[in-house]
Design a protein around this ligand. Sequence first.
Ligand code: SF4
Length: 316
Amino acid sequence: MEEKIKLGISTCLLGEKVRFDGGHKLDRYLTDTLGNYVQYVPVCPEVECGMPIPREALRQVGDPASPRLVTSHTKQDFTDPMVRWARERVQGLEREELCGFIFKANSPSSGMERVTVYDANGMPHKVGVGLFARIFMEHFPLLPVEEEGRLHDPKLRENFIERIFVYKRWREMLAAGKTLGRLVSFHTRHKLLLLSHSPQNHNEMGKLVANAKKIPPYELFERYQGLLMETLGLKTTVKKQINVLQHMMGYFKEELSPDEKQELLEIIEQYRMDYVPLIVPVTLFNHYVRKYDQPYLKEQHYLRPHPIELQLRNHV
Ligand code: SF4
Protein backbone atom coordinates (compact mmCIF):
# COMPACT_ATOMS: atom_id res chain seq x y z
CA MET A 1 0.00 0.00 0.00
CA GLU A 2 1.26 3.49 -0.85
CA GLU A 3 2.68 5.41 2.09
CA LYS A 4 0.42 8.21 3.30
CA ILE A 5 1.46 11.83 2.98
CA LYS A 6 2.70 13.23 6.28
CA LEU A 7 1.21 16.57 7.25
CA GLY A 8 1.74 18.62 10.36
CA ILE A 9 -1.47 20.00 11.87
CA SER A 10 -2.58 22.13 14.79
CA THR A 11 -3.72 19.53 17.31
CA CYS A 12 -7.09 21.13 18.13
CA LEU A 13 -8.21 20.67 14.48
CA LEU A 14 -8.19 16.92 15.05
CA GLY A 15 -10.77 17.26 17.84
CA GLU A 16 -8.27 17.08 20.71
CA LYS A 17 -9.37 19.16 23.69
CA VAL A 18 -6.22 21.25 23.97
CA ARG A 19 -7.59 24.78 23.60
CA PHE A 20 -7.32 27.39 26.33
CA ASP A 21 -10.98 26.79 27.26
CA GLY A 22 -10.65 23.00 27.29
CA GLY A 23 -12.40 22.72 23.91
CA HIS A 24 -11.33 21.72 20.43
CA LYS A 25 -11.81 22.91 16.86
CA LEU A 26 -12.52 19.65 15.07
CA ASP A 27 -12.58 20.06 11.30
CA ARG A 28 -14.41 17.12 9.78
CA TYR A 29 -13.13 17.66 6.26
CA LEU A 30 -9.58 17.34 7.55
CA THR A 31 -10.25 14.28 9.69
CA ASP A 32 -12.86 12.35 7.68
CA THR A 33 -11.98 13.20 4.06
CA LEU A 34 -8.39 14.39 3.70
CA GLY A 35 -7.51 12.18 6.65
CA ASN A 36 -7.97 9.09 4.44
CA TYR A 37 -4.91 10.14 2.42
CA VAL A 38 -2.64 11.73 4.98
CA GLN A 39 -1.00 10.86 8.24
CA TYR A 40 -1.18 13.80 10.61
CA VAL A 41 1.60 14.88 12.94
CA PRO A 42 -0.21 16.99 15.56
CA VAL A 43 1.47 20.00 17.13
CA CYS A 44 -0.06 22.16 19.88
CA PRO A 45 2.51 24.83 20.68
CA GLU A 46 0.81 26.08 23.84
CA VAL A 47 0.36 22.68 25.50
CA GLU A 48 3.66 21.28 24.25
CA CYS A 49 5.60 24.21 25.65
CA GLY A 50 4.14 23.54 29.08
CA MET A 51 0.87 25.43 29.45
CA PRO A 52 -2.07 23.72 31.19
CA ILE A 53 -5.59 22.95 29.90
CA PRO A 54 -7.62 25.02 30.54
CA ARG A 55 -5.47 28.16 30.67
CA GLU A 56 -5.79 31.87 30.34
CA ALA A 57 -6.14 32.94 26.70
CA LEU A 58 -3.07 34.40 25.02
CA ARG A 59 -2.70 37.35 22.70
CA GLN A 60 0.04 39.05 20.75
CA VAL A 61 0.99 42.58 21.78
CA GLY A 62 3.45 45.22 20.59
CA ASP A 63 5.41 45.44 17.34
CA PRO A 64 3.86 43.08 14.71
CA ALA A 65 7.36 42.23 13.42
CA SER A 66 8.41 40.93 16.86
CA PRO A 67 5.33 40.78 19.07
CA ARG A 68 5.20 39.46 22.61
CA LEU A 69 2.94 36.54 23.50
CA VAL A 70 1.16 37.39 26.74
CA THR A 71 -1.88 36.21 28.68
CA SER A 72 -4.88 38.43 28.01
CA HIS A 73 -5.62 39.60 31.56
CA THR A 74 -2.71 38.86 33.87
CA LYS A 75 -0.17 39.84 31.17
CA GLN A 76 2.21 36.94 31.83
CA ASP A 77 4.80 36.89 29.05
CA PHE A 78 5.30 33.48 27.37
CA THR A 79 7.33 34.72 24.41
CA ASP A 80 10.73 33.36 25.40
CA PRO A 81 9.64 29.84 26.44
CA MET A 82 7.50 29.58 23.29
CA VAL A 83 10.33 30.67 20.99
CA ARG A 84 12.81 28.30 22.69
CA TRP A 85 10.38 25.40 22.43
CA ALA A 86 9.43 26.20 18.81
CA ARG A 87 13.07 26.30 17.64
CA GLU A 88 13.64 22.85 19.10
CA ARG A 89 10.34 21.49 17.81
CA VAL A 90 11.04 22.44 14.20
CA GLN A 91 14.39 20.65 14.42
CA GLY A 92 12.53 17.54 15.59
CA LEU A 93 9.96 17.91 12.82
CA GLU A 94 12.72 17.60 10.22
CA ARG A 95 12.81 13.88 10.99
CA GLU A 96 9.08 13.58 10.22
CA GLU A 97 9.60 14.41 6.53
CA LEU A 98 6.43 16.49 6.39
CA CYS A 99 4.89 17.44 3.06
CA GLY A 100 2.94 20.37 4.49
CA PHE A 101 1.26 21.88 7.54
CA ILE A 102 -2.31 22.92 8.31
CA PHE A 103 -2.49 25.70 10.89
CA LYS A 104 -5.38 26.83 13.07
CA ALA A 105 -6.40 30.30 11.90
CA ASN A 106 -6.32 33.35 14.19
CA SER A 107 -4.30 31.72 16.94
CA PRO A 108 -1.50 33.83 18.48
CA SER A 109 0.62 30.67 18.48
CA SER A 110 -0.54 28.75 15.40
CA GLY A 111 -2.12 31.29 13.01
CA MET A 112 -0.44 31.56 9.62
CA GLU A 113 -1.49 35.14 8.79
CA ARG A 114 -3.75 37.99 9.85
CA VAL A 115 -3.36 37.16 13.54
CA THR A 116 -4.54 39.97 15.82
CA VAL A 117 -1.76 42.03 17.38
CA TYR A 118 -2.75 44.60 20.02
CA ASP A 119 -0.83 47.88 19.95
CA ALA A 120 0.23 49.97 22.96
CA ASN A 121 -3.25 51.53 23.10
CA GLY A 122 -4.96 48.14 23.13
CA MET A 123 -6.13 48.53 19.54
CA PRO A 124 -6.31 45.28 17.51
CA HIS A 125 -4.58 44.96 14.12
CA LYS A 126 -4.91 41.82 11.98
CA VAL A 127 -1.33 41.83 10.82
CA GLY A 128 0.46 39.15 12.85
CA VAL A 129 1.67 35.58 12.45
CA GLY A 130 1.45 32.99 15.22
CA LEU A 131 4.76 32.61 17.04
CA PHE A 132 5.16 28.92 16.27
CA ALA A 133 3.81 29.32 12.72
CA ARG A 134 6.39 32.02 11.99
CA ILE A 135 9.30 29.91 13.22
CA PHE A 136 7.96 26.88 11.33
CA MET A 137 7.60 28.78 8.03
CA GLU A 138 11.06 30.32 8.40
CA HIS A 139 12.54 26.89 9.01
CA PHE A 140 10.65 25.18 6.15
CA PRO A 141 10.23 27.99 3.60
CA LEU A 142 9.26 25.70 0.71
CA LEU A 143 6.79 23.48 2.51
CA PRO A 144 3.12 23.96 1.51
CA VAL A 145 1.20 25.54 4.40
CA GLU A 146 -2.43 26.51 4.81
CA GLU A 147 -5.03 27.37 7.44
CA GLU A 148 -8.15 25.29 8.01
CA GLY A 149 -10.47 28.21 7.22
CA ARG A 150 -8.86 28.88 3.85
CA LEU A 151 -9.14 25.20 2.98
CA HIS A 152 -12.92 25.62 2.81
CA ASP A 153 -12.36 27.64 -0.37
CA PRO A 154 -12.42 25.04 -3.20
CA LYS A 155 -9.62 26.70 -5.20
CA LEU A 156 -7.27 27.16 -2.24
CA ARG A 157 -8.02 23.62 -1.13
CA GLU A 158 -7.27 22.20 -4.56
CA ASN A 159 -4.04 24.16 -4.78
CA PHE A 160 -2.83 23.06 -1.34
CA ILE A 161 -3.65 19.41 -1.93
CA GLU A 162 -2.03 19.45 -5.34
CA ARG A 163 1.14 20.90 -3.78
CA ILE A 164 1.35 18.32 -1.01
CA PHE A 165 1.00 15.45 -3.52
CA VAL A 166 3.73 16.96 -5.72
CA TYR A 167 5.93 17.56 -2.69
CA LYS A 168 5.57 13.92 -1.67
CA ARG A 169 6.66 12.75 -5.14
CA TRP A 170 9.55 15.22 -5.01
CA ARG A 171 10.67 13.83 -1.62
CA GLU A 172 10.43 10.27 -2.95
CA MET A 173 12.51 11.21 -5.97
CA LEU A 174 15.19 12.78 -3.76
CA ALA A 175 15.17 9.76 -1.47
CA ALA A 176 15.77 7.46 -4.45
CA GLY A 177 18.92 9.47 -5.26
CA LYS A 178 19.60 12.79 -7.00
CA THR A 179 20.38 11.76 -10.54
CA LEU A 180 19.83 13.77 -13.69
CA GLY A 181 17.73 10.94 -15.12
CA ARG A 182 15.34 11.08 -12.17
CA LEU A 183 15.06 14.85 -12.38
CA VAL A 184 14.30 14.70 -16.11
CA SER A 185 11.67 12.03 -15.51
CA PHE A 186 10.09 14.02 -12.65
CA HIS A 187 10.04 17.17 -14.74
CA THR A 188 8.59 15.40 -17.78
CA ARG A 189 5.71 13.92 -15.78
CA HIS A 190 4.85 17.29 -14.21
CA LYS A 191 5.14 19.45 -17.34
CA LEU A 192 1.44 19.98 -17.91
CA LEU A 193 0.77 20.59 -14.24
CA LEU A 194 3.46 23.29 -14.24
CA LEU A 195 2.06 24.73 -17.46
CA SER A 196 -1.36 25.06 -15.82
CA HIS A 197 0.18 27.37 -13.19
CA SER A 198 2.63 29.41 -15.22
CA PRO A 199 3.75 29.09 -18.86
CA GLN A 200 6.74 31.35 -18.03
CA ASN A 201 7.96 29.24 -15.12
CA HIS A 202 7.27 26.09 -17.12
CA ASN A 203 9.66 27.41 -19.81
CA GLU A 204 12.24 28.48 -17.26
CA MET A 205 12.22 25.06 -15.61
CA GLY A 206 12.47 23.39 -19.01
CA LYS A 207 15.61 25.45 -19.75
CA LEU A 208 17.05 24.62 -16.35
CA VAL A 209 16.62 20.90 -16.97
CA ALA A 210 17.92 21.19 -20.55
CA ASN A 211 21.11 22.86 -19.25
CA ALA A 212 21.38 20.59 -16.23
CA LYS A 213 24.76 19.15 -17.19
CA LYS A 214 26.36 22.59 -16.93
CA ILE A 215 25.10 23.18 -13.36
CA PRO A 216 26.57 21.60 -10.21
CA PRO A 217 24.06 18.95 -8.97
CA TYR A 218 23.49 20.58 -5.57
CA GLU A 219 22.67 23.92 -7.17
CA LEU A 220 20.53 22.28 -9.85
CA PHE A 221 18.26 20.47 -7.39
CA GLU A 222 18.01 23.52 -5.11
CA ARG A 223 17.02 25.79 -7.98
CA TYR A 224 14.57 23.28 -9.40
CA GLN A 225 12.89 22.74 -6.04
CA GLY A 226 12.58 26.49 -5.45
CA LEU A 227 11.02 27.01 -8.86
CA LEU A 228 8.78 23.97 -8.46
CA MET A 229 7.17 25.18 -5.26
CA GLU A 230 6.98 28.78 -6.47
CA THR A 231 5.23 27.67 -9.66
CA LEU A 232 2.69 25.48 -7.92
CA GLY A 233 1.90 28.34 -5.57
CA LEU A 234 0.84 30.52 -8.52
CA LYS A 235 -2.87 30.48 -9.23
CA THR A 236 -4.23 28.55 -12.17
CA THR A 237 -6.90 30.31 -14.23
CA VAL A 238 -9.49 29.13 -16.74
CA LYS A 239 -7.33 30.61 -19.49
CA LYS A 240 -4.24 28.72 -18.36
CA GLN A 241 -6.20 25.48 -18.04
CA ILE A 242 -7.62 25.89 -21.55
CA ASN A 243 -4.09 26.39 -22.83
CA VAL A 244 -3.18 23.01 -21.32
CA LEU A 245 -6.32 21.32 -22.69
CA GLN A 246 -5.62 22.65 -26.19
CA HIS A 247 -1.99 21.59 -25.86
CA MET A 248 -3.19 18.05 -25.03
CA MET A 249 -5.43 17.98 -28.08
CA GLY A 250 -2.28 18.28 -30.17
CA TYR A 251 -1.26 14.78 -29.06
CA PHE A 252 -4.35 13.28 -30.71
CA LYS A 253 -4.02 14.81 -34.16
CA GLU A 254 -3.96 11.42 -35.85
CA GLU A 255 -6.19 9.37 -33.56
CA LEU A 256 -9.32 11.41 -32.93
CA SER A 257 -12.16 11.29 -35.45
CA PRO A 258 -13.63 14.65 -36.56
CA ASP A 259 -16.61 13.92 -34.32
CA GLU A 260 -14.43 13.19 -31.27
CA LYS A 261 -12.44 16.38 -31.91
CA GLN A 262 -15.64 18.38 -32.15
CA GLU A 263 -16.93 16.91 -28.90
CA LEU A 264 -13.68 17.81 -27.11
CA LEU A 265 -13.78 21.36 -28.47
CA GLU A 266 -17.39 21.74 -27.34
CA ILE A 267 -16.59 20.56 -23.82
CA ILE A 268 -13.57 22.85 -23.57
CA GLU A 269 -15.84 25.69 -24.62
CA GLN A 270 -18.41 24.69 -21.97
CA TYR A 271 -15.60 24.78 -19.41
CA ARG A 272 -14.54 28.22 -20.66
CA MET A 273 -18.13 29.43 -20.22
CA ASP A 274 -18.22 28.06 -16.62
CA TYR A 275 -21.00 25.60 -17.53
CA VAL A 276 -19.00 22.56 -16.48
CA PRO A 277 -16.10 22.10 -14.04
CA LEU A 278 -12.56 21.20 -15.09
CA ILE A 279 -13.10 17.57 -14.17
CA VAL A 280 -15.39 17.19 -17.23
CA PRO A 281 -12.84 17.89 -20.02
CA VAL A 282 -10.14 16.18 -17.97
CA THR A 283 -12.25 13.03 -17.70
CA LEU A 284 -12.79 13.01 -21.45
CA PHE A 285 -9.06 13.40 -22.04
CA ASN A 286 -8.39 10.54 -19.65
CA HIS A 287 -10.80 8.45 -21.68
CA TYR A 288 -8.92 9.16 -24.92
CA VAL A 289 -5.54 8.67 -23.29
CA ARG A 290 -6.64 5.20 -22.25
CA LYS A 291 -8.43 4.41 -25.50
CA TYR A 292 -5.45 5.41 -27.69
CA ASP A 293 -2.77 4.55 -25.13
CA GLN A 294 -1.14 7.95 -25.57
CA PRO A 295 2.34 7.38 -24.05
CA TYR A 296 3.26 10.96 -23.09
CA LEU A 297 -0.09 11.99 -21.65
CA LYS A 298 -0.63 8.81 -19.68
CA GLU A 299 2.43 9.75 -17.59
CA GLN A 300 1.20 13.29 -16.90
CA HIS A 301 0.21 13.98 -13.30
CA TYR A 302 -1.96 16.79 -14.62
CA LEU A 303 -4.56 14.22 -15.58
CA ARG A 304 -4.61 12.71 -12.07
CA PRO A 305 -2.92 15.13 -9.65
CA HIS A 306 -4.81 13.82 -6.59
CA PRO A 307 -7.37 11.08 -5.78
CA ILE A 308 -10.64 11.62 -7.61
CA GLU A 309 -12.54 10.91 -4.37
CA LEU A 310 -11.40 14.30 -3.06
CA GLN A 311 -13.58 15.90 -5.79
CA LEU A 312 -11.18 18.79 -6.19
CA ARG A 313 -11.83 19.76 -9.79
CA ASN A 314 -15.57 19.66 -9.43
CA HIS A 315 -16.21 23.37 -8.87
CA VAL A 316 -17.14 25.93 -11.53
S1 SF4 B 1 -4.61 26.86 18.01
FE1 SF4 B 1 -2.58 25.95 18.26
S2 SF4 B 1 -1.98 26.46 20.34
FE2 SF4 B 1 -4.16 26.80 20.21
S3 SF4 B 1 -5.06 24.88 20.89
FE3 SF4 B 1 -4.91 24.77 18.68
S4 SF4 B 1 -2.98 23.75 18.33
FE4 SF4 B 1 -2.94 24.47 20.45
